[in-house]
Write a protein that binds this ligand. Structure first.
Ligand code: C5P
Length: 225
């Protein structure tokens, strides 16, 4: 069994940042599962496929040619790194993610990322559904206001347009949709370590996760040191 670390939590909790830093620290693969749902959402919008056309959504999800290269994301060879990060793409992702057949189409794809020397996977259901046997499971959260503020700063840094009030409202709406859907709802795994990060820096969150990883997978420390 390869070492697997899952980091789940609501949007803007910092799980993507922590996952990448952790993967770098230990030299592991990194799976940004939210990007897959964002890609399906974008592909569906571009092809004007409504949510009710489940067969066509599944076809899109199964047929996408996706590549992650040096921090960039490609969909059918087009660089969509920025296009999938907009709030609109996030909302489209959250809607397609509520379709059980779309989730099923992406399941094996995600599991294929579990390869030597190990994987850090971030999302909503990494510890509950996709990698239930992961050795380290983190559930990272923060207040909706703090998460909206972080997202606002990220968007501004990328030169994208944003309104803080609208972001708070959208984050609450997305939390509600992600938590109340019937399939793979946003929930901590029973064996996850809960980390409330509202008043913690990225470095502080990382330190806590790193010590947990070292305890469970001592072999990784040697590889990363
Ligand atoms: O994490 P990120 O904000 O990129 O995810 C976008 C959307 O994709 C989420 O709001 C959620 O609805 C969906 N998602 C999911 N399961 C995952 C990852 C993301 O349902 N494992």
């Amino acid at each position: 069994m390869v070492p697997i670390i899952t980091i789940d939590g609501p949007s803007g909790s910092g799980k993507g940042t922590i996952a990448r830093l952790l993967a770098d620290r230990f030299g592991l693969h990194c799976l940004d599962s939210g990007a897959l749902y964002r890609l399906v959402g974008l592909a569906a919008e571009r092809a004007s496929v409504p949510l009710s056309s489940v067969d066509r959504l599944v076809e899109l999800a199964a047929g996408m040619e996706v590549a992650f290269r040096e921090g960039a994301v490609f969909l059918d060879q087009e660089d969509v790194t920025l296009a999938i990060r907009t709030e609109q793409a996030g909302n489209a992702a959250s809607r397609v993610a509520a379709v059980p057949e779309v989730r099923a189409a992406l399941l094996q794809w995600q599991r294929n990322y579990a390869r030597e020397p190990g994987l850090v996977a971030d999302g909503r259901d990494m510890g509950t559904v996709v990698f239930p046997t992961a050795g380290v499971k983190i559930y990272l959260t923060a207040s909706p206001e703090e998460r909206a503020r972080r997202r606002y700063n990220q968007l501004k840094e990328k030169g994208l347009d944003a309104s803080l009030a609208r972001l708070v409202a959208e984050i609450r709406e997305r939390d509600e949709r992600d938590s109340s859907r019937s399939v793979a709802p946003l929930l901590p795994a029973p064996d996850a370590q809960l980390l409330e990060s509202t008043s913690l820096s990225i470095a502080e969150v990382l330190e806590r996760v790193v010590s947990n990883v070292q305890r469970v997978y001592p072999v990784l420390v040697k590889q990363g040191a």
